[in-house]
Write a protein that binds this ligand. Sequence first.
Ligand code: ATP
Ligand code: MG
Length: 371
Amino acid sequence: MATVTFDHVWKRFGDVVAVNDLSLDIQDEEFLVLVGPSGCGKTTSLRMIAGLEEITEGTLKIGERVVNDVPPKDRDVAMVFQSYALYPHMTVYDNLAFGLKLRKVPKAEIDRRVREAAKTIELSDLLTRKPRQLSGGQRQRVALGRAIVREPAVFLMDEPLSNLDAKLRVQTRAEIARLHQRLKTTIVYVTHDQVEAMTMGTRIAVMNFGLLQQVGTPQRLYEHPVNKFVAGFIGSPSMNFVQVTTGREGDRAVLHDEAFTVPLPDRFREAVGPTTGRSLTLGFRPEHLAIGPVGDNAATVRTNVDVVEFLGNEELLHLRAGHHDLVAVVDARHRVRPGDVLDLGIPFDKVHLFDDETGDSLAEVKAVSAA
Ligand SMILES: Nc1ncnc2c1ncn2[C@@H]1O[C@H](COP(=O)(O)OP(=O)(O)OP(=O)(O)O)[C@@H](O)[C@H]1O
Ligand SMILES: [Mg+2]
């Protein structure tokens, strides 16, 4: 049973605030992904769990135990780094066994754990090889194996896939997910790659400039980002953002811009209030833009097609609408060509609104059903 709890944790390096008042409850057996741009404090947070970095302020618990002053070797965690740093002169078997020998684990027990780990990550046939006789993916598996044999309460992984090529990354990603299902151990996994975060995490914690932005399931973050940063970071290609002004058209509240006018969806009416002329950011995802007749529940925007990227089943369109650059993902059967003029539908139920100053998402009021 291992939870990890950050309670108002700070990390300062001189004047640099690497982690800013982090409070985060990581649950037992959870696969929590810590994601954010370079320098946002991911590695520092992970290293504080491992005990490799001192905590400036606040409390960190593993399970019920406060570990602020517990040395790394007594924390029952194992860390997998980006650079797998295997011992080149040792066989795979000895690489796996090394940490246990240092801890004076009995020989028979070492042998049992090494063989079991090798089976889990399919290295059984490679135990007598040296690292240089392995592919990059196999080496990364040995690095994972080295953590598995420790049988820790918590696995800490810092970008373990970033040295692998694209195909191997997808494969190893699935392997780690499978490993988690089998071992049922708490995993804290750091990456700057939102695709990895979305595909692997039970929950995702998004950080920016040392500050935790939002924690939630991948679906929650995708559908209900709390601010513009999370909205733009989660999802690929990124959400389109357009600056709009609140206004009225007859008795309707609208959002407008020189290129288009969108009726204000009812669920935002309360948050926007009656004022006109308020500047907001409208957000909508590329995959939610639709070609063709849109019906009553969408607004239409006229666009000029700049560039078409053919992706097989889909086409990624770079578009101009007024002075805005937009991106859309549509079915490849549309065969859109550069220079085409396209009317695209923006479905009302998929749009987001953000305050221009704070970047916060405007609160939505769920439509009250008649029932
Ligand atoms: N030992 C250190 N001394 C001074 N500043 C540091 C130290 N380690 C990290 N920092 C700073 O703390 C901030 C957070 O660094 P951290 O390594 O946690 O970022 P990260 O999110 O892991 O980034 P990346 O994706 O590039 O690995 C950065 O501004 C970094 O420059
Ligand atoms: Mg890092």
